[in-house]
Design a protein around this ligand. Structure first.
Ligand code: DGL
Length: 262
């Protein structure tokens, strides 16, 4: 048992979609969330740059005494998690595009994956998609531009719709019945996507699975918090506090958000 905090980091505000799933499943846990929004988007950076930023974020969370770290970013997971696991003495939970459940459930055998360039070009993504996509045609699209819009609180804008229209077109033409959201920012596009996608196309992301896995690893490592009270939640951003506030407005009574120059 440990009431030390869970650490969560992302290139920005997207990982709050994962934080919400975790918070719902293990509300007694204290959390520290780091939004490296100043350096977003990670998806346009080199593998080396993504690795260095992931190390910097991890160092911060380790220094804060975190008992487990959730890499709430597909781009950082697919480019850096092997290194992090090999160099730090805390359990890491990563997130990858949910190709496996989509491939298993797809009837049309056509699955769309919307993710960042950094995720789609990673070797971890390639091996996962080869392992699970037996007989499935995967149509990949880079969501370039979407992370920046979400980081500006413009997830529901004409510009987001325009980019999505372009990205969805080849997937819809191919006849997908599953759309995998391979970036933790993209769940904030679901209301817009639901308006744009034809009936019969399911949206799938990995948030809930990551929360479940976090709980399993906490239990396995005897790290699950046993407090009777609800956890305390500290959010840090190196960019605008207002954007994090925007995405966390329904949780505003139980969290603190601070600007930090890191
Ligand atoms: N939330 C990150 C992910 O899941 C976004 C990456 C980026 O900053 O480009 O991939």
């Amino acid at each position: 048992m440990s009431n030390r905090p869970l650490g969560i980091f992302d290139s920005g505000v997207g990982g709050t979609s994962i934080w919400k799933e975790i918070h719902q499943l293990v509300p007694q846990e204290n959390t520290i969330y780091l939004a490296d929004s100043k350096n977003a988007p990670y998806g346009e950076k080199t593998e080396q740059e993504i690795l260095q930023l992931s190390i910097k974020n991890t160092e911060f969370l380790v220094t804060k005494g975190c008992k487990l770290i959730v890499v709430a970013c597909n781009t950082a997971t697919t480019n850096a998690i092997d290194y992090l696991r090999g160099h730090y003495d805390v359990p890491f939970i990563g997130i990858e595009p949910a190709i496996k459940p989509a491939a298993l459930q797809s009837e049309s055998k056509k699955v769309g994956v919307l993710a960042t360039k950094g995720t789609l070009s990673s070797s971890l993504f390639h091996s996962t998609s080869e392992n699970h996509a037996n007989g499935i045609h995967i149509i990949e699209q880079e969501g370039t531009g979407l992370v920046q819009l979400i980081e500006s609180g413009m997830e529901n804008s004409a510009m987001s719709r325009r980019i999505l229209e372009i990205k969805l077109a080849p997937m819809l033409a191919a006849g997908i019945d599953y759309l995998v959201l391979g970036c933790t920012h993209y769940p904030y596009l679901i209301p817009v996507l639901k308006e744009m996608l034809p009936e019969g196309v399911e949206i799938i992301d990995s948030g809930e699975a990551v929360a479940r896995q976090t709980k399993v690893v906490l239990v396995e490592n005897k790290l699950l918090g046993n407090s009777k009270e609800k956890g305390k939640h500290h959010f840090y951003t190196n960019s605008e506090v207002e954007v994090l506030e925007h995405f966390l407005k329904e949780n505003s009574d139980s969290i603190t958000i601070k600007y930090l120059d890191f």
